[in-house]
Write a protein that binds this ligand. Structure first.
Ligand SMILES: Nc1nc2c(ncn2[C@@H]2O[C@H](COP(=O)(O)OP(=O)(O)O)[C@@H](O)[C@H]2O)c(=O)[nH]1
Ligand SMILES: [Mg+2]
Ligand SMILES: [Zn+2]
Length: 377
């Protein structure tokens, strides 16, 4: 192990935890599930096969946190090429070199043996070293340390989806479908949990009076999340959209039908993603890929499409964790009578009285209630 700094985070007490909402901090790498030897678990807490997730996790904070926290092997670096994983499905991993060449790679078997998380040895967005063995084929020898990882699940083993993410773009539409603030908030919580910054792209503004959106924009701006008003159809707001995406790796997330594919098509000519189709994976055949795919932007940067992933599936957030991610509640929590106040049904609640006095947005509080009560759909 290198000089990794282990931070114990107790999610039951996350009101003390500093969240990184809107923070681009990259220093937080892999969030390692607690399926590790007991020396990493507090009080000998262990996870049973079907048991609930241990609330206490060890987060490895180091920009040297290696993929899956596995030790690195010695390899002959001089024979290897460096590239970025565009997609990884089954046995085939597509790697792109900085010069534009693409290689279909397999994964060196020993990497599997060394990994703690078999499903996430190589994921989209990874930077890898691979040994080319033909003009377009190779074998991945090493996965470079990851930063900004998104995944889903929380029990036992997380399924990591994308590595080296700079930000999540939460795409919503003003109408058709109408914006559901609690879905935005659920995404914000997921992004914060993954230590990834979040921006909001509010599409289809051609369908409404932009003045009606001001209140909403204000609420998120105050939380530190930029809201970019756009219309794929009328090509409005695209300069700002490009500026936010430029030279970053962005995961695009959002409900189906909000215009994610349409927006990507207008900013990246030639992409030609299908639009307006039923994109709910449950309605598609079993051959539908659920893996993330990276698209390069001509003006610099990458967008990651996660076709099969519904927004709810980004990091499961447990009800007890939600409060810690509603940063604006924090100043009022100390006025709650009960130390473990859930701010939903208790009397003498600092949060509820702040809502009543207009110090916390009713919309955000309603989101909090929905997420806490597990009614987030
Ligand atoms: N009025 C309007 N319709 C849009 C806009 N952007 C996308 N749409 C339509 O919304 C539907 C869903 O778009 P799509 O890009 O497939 O959404 P996705 O499921 O999020 O990828 C399509 O019929 C689009 O033509 C927009 O800015 N304004
Ligand atoms: Mg789409
Ligand atoms: Zn309270």
């Amino acid at each position: 192990m290198r000089d990794k700094q282990k931070i114990r985070v107790d999610f039951r007490k996350n009101r003390e935890k500093t969240t990184r909402l809107g923070n681009l901090a990259r220093q937080m790498g892999d969030e390692t599930a607690s399926d590790q030897p007991s020396d990493q678990l507090a009080g000998g807490e262990r996870i049973s096969g079907k048991g609930r997730l241990s609330r206490r996790r060890t987060i490895i904070a180091s920009d040297g946190a290696s993929a899956g926290d596995s030790p690195q092997r010695d390899i002959d670096v001089s024979k290897c090429l460096t590239g970025r994983v565009l997609s990884s499905a089954g046995l085939t991993t597509v790697v792109r070199c900085p010069d534009g060449r693409r290689f279909e790679c397999t994964i060196r078997k020993v990497l599997r043996t060394m990994s703690r998380n078999e499903r996430s040895i190589v994921i989209a967005g990874d930077e890898v070293l691979f040994l080319p063995n033909s003009p377009d084929k190779g074998v991945i020898e090493r996965v470079q340390p990851r930063r900004g990882v998104l995944g889903r699940g929380s029990q036992n083993r997380e399924h990591l989806l994308v590595a080296n993410i700079d930000q999540v773009a939460i795409v919503v539409s003003a109408e058709e479908p109408v914006i559901k603030p609690h879905l935005v908030d659920r995404f914000l919580v997921s992004a914060a949990k993954g230590n990834v910054a979040a921006v909001i792209f509010l599409n289809k503004i051609d369908l409404v009076d932009p003045a009606d959106l001001q209140n909403l924009c204000g609420i998120y701006a105050q939380l530190g999340n930029e809201v970019v008003l756009v219309s794929a159809e009328r090509r409005l707001g695209l300069d700002r959209l490009r500026a936010v995406l430029r030279n970053r790796q962005t995961v695009v997330a959002g409900q189906s039908g909000v215009g994610k594919s349409s927006l990507l098509n207008v900013i990246q000519p030639g992409l030609s993603l299908p639009t307006g189709e039923v994109s709910d994976w449950t309605k598609k055949g079993k051959h539908t890929t659920r893996n993330a795919v990276l698209y390069e932007l001509d003006f610099g940067g990458w967008v990651v499409d996660t076709p099969g992933i519904r927004q709810m599936e980004l990091w499961d957030v447990h009800p007890e964790e939600v409060e810690g991610y509603f940063v604006e509640f924090r100043p009022f929590v100390r006025f709650c009578k009960f130390p473990n106040c859930s701010h939903v049904h208790e009397s003498d609640c600092g949060v509820q009285s702040a809502v009543a006095r207009g110090l916390i947005s009713t919309m955000r509080y309603e989101s909090y209630r929905k997420l806490t009560l597990g009614d987030g759909e």
